[in-house]
Design a protein around this ligand. Structure first.
Ligand SMILES: O=C(O)CCC(=O)C(=O)O
Length: 285
C-alpha cells in the first residue's frame, strides 16, 4: 500500500479541482512524489545534518506539552537558513493553489505558520489526536462546526515512512463532525505509507497526530509545513527566524508568507493589519 486507505491519492499533475474536492470531502489528500527525487534527497540531507545539533524533547516542562512534543521526538525550525528547498516549498504551485483556495475566506494574505522538522525516534508513543486549528481554539472551538478554515498543513516524508514507524494518523471526515469534542473510535483512525517525497496535505479541522514509532532502531524523518490565515498569529516566530536581510531578492510571495508585508483582509470585510504609521508596510530589502 502507498497512501492512506481512506484518502484519495494524487500526483503533481492531477487536476486541482479534483484535489480540492477530495480535500473538502475527506479533510486531507495524499500526493505521491510531491518532492522531486533531487529536492527530497537534498532536503533529507539537510534535515539529517541539522538534527545532530538538536536534542529530542521540548524545553516546556508542562505535562501536556512534553507529551505533545514527544520526549523522543526532535523538532526544529529555521529550515530556510540551511537549504533553498525551503523557499521552493513556499513557492510550490500545487500546495500554493490548494492553500489559496482553502484559506481564501480569510483574505489572500496568509502567512507561513511553521516549517518544522518532526523527527520521531524509536519508542515514541502516539501523539494525542488534535486539530491544528486548536492553536487558535478560541476561534475554532467557538465557531465549530462553522469555523472558517484557519490553517492548512502538509507532512512530507523525507525517507520511507510506514504506520509502525510513526506515520501521521488521521481520522478522515473528522473535519466535518458535528461535535467538536467527539473522539474517533478505533476503526476511524488510520495511518499511511509514504515513499520518500510523498506528502499528506490536511485541513486544520482534521483530527490527526504523529503515530507511535514501534521500531527499536529506526527514525521517522518528516517535515511539516503549514500556512495560517493572516489575521492570526503564526506558531513560529517567522520574522525573527527570517529577518528581511535573509530575504533579499526573494519573491513577493515569500516575503508575504514570512511576515514582511501588511495583511489585507477580504474585500469590504476585514481590516488592514501589520501596519506602520497606519499604512501598508513592506520590508524594503
Ligand atoms: O508528527 C506527525 O506526524 C504529526 C505531528 C503533529 O500533528 C503536530 O505536532 O502538530
Amino acid at each position: 500500500m502507498r497512501g492512506y486507505p481512506g484518502l484519495n491519492s494524487f500526483n503533481r499533475s492531477s487536476e486541482s479541482a479534483a484535489m480540492l474536492a477530495s480535500f473538502e470531502a475527506d479533510g486531507a489528500i495524499f500526493v505521491t512524489d510531491f518532492l522531486s527525487a533531487s529536492g527530497c534527497a537534498s532536503l533529507a540531507e539537510t534535515i539529517k545534518r541539522m538534527t545532530v545539533a538538536h536534542s529530542a524533547g521540548g524545553k516546556d516542562t508542562r505535562r501536556f506539552w512534553k507529551r505533545f512534543h514527544g520526549e523522543k521526538t526532535t523538532r526544529f525550525t529555521g529550515i530556510g537558513r540551511h537549504t533553498d528547498v525551503f523557499f521552493d516549498l513556499l513557492e510550490d504551485p500545487v500546495l500554493g493553489k490548494l492553500a489559496d483556495q482553502v484559506l481564501s475566506g480569510g483574505g489572500t494574505h496568509y502567512w507561513m505558520n511553521t516549517c518544522q522538522a518532526m523527527v520521531i525516534g524509536p519508542g515514541e508513543p502516539a501523539q494525542v489526536l488534535h486539530r491544528d486549528g486548536q492553536n487558535w481554539a478560541t476561534v475554532q472551538a467557538a465557531l465549530w462546526p462553522k469555523s472558517p478554515e484557519l490553517t492548512i498543513s502538509m507532512m512530507v516524508a523525507l525517507d520511507e515512512v510506514w504506520p509502525e514507524l510513526g506515520a501521521t494518523q488521521v481520522a478522515p471526515g473528522s473535519h466535518r463532525w458535528a461535535d467538536f469534542e467527539r473522539r474517533p473510535v478505533p476503526g476511524e483512525v488510520e495511518a499511511g505509507a509514504f515513499r520518500a517525497g510523498d506528502a499528506l496535505i490536511y485541513s486544520g479541522a482534521l483530527l490527526h497526530g504523529g503515530g507511535a514509532n514501534e521500531t527499536v532502531d529506526q527514525i521517522r524523518w518528516a517535515l511539516h509545513l503549514s500556512f495560517v490565515v493572516g489575521w492570526l498569529t503564526p506558531e513560529e516566530a517567522i520574522t525573527e527566524e527570517y529577518p528581511s536581510t535573509l530575504l533579499k531578492g526573494r519573491s513577493e510571495r515569500v516575503k508575504r508568507l514570512l511576515g514582511h508585508t501588511s495583511y489585507e483582509g477580504p474585500p469590504a470585510q476585514g481590516g488592514r493589519l501589520w501596519l506602520k504609521n497606519f499604512d501598508h508596510w513592506q520590508s524594503s530589502d
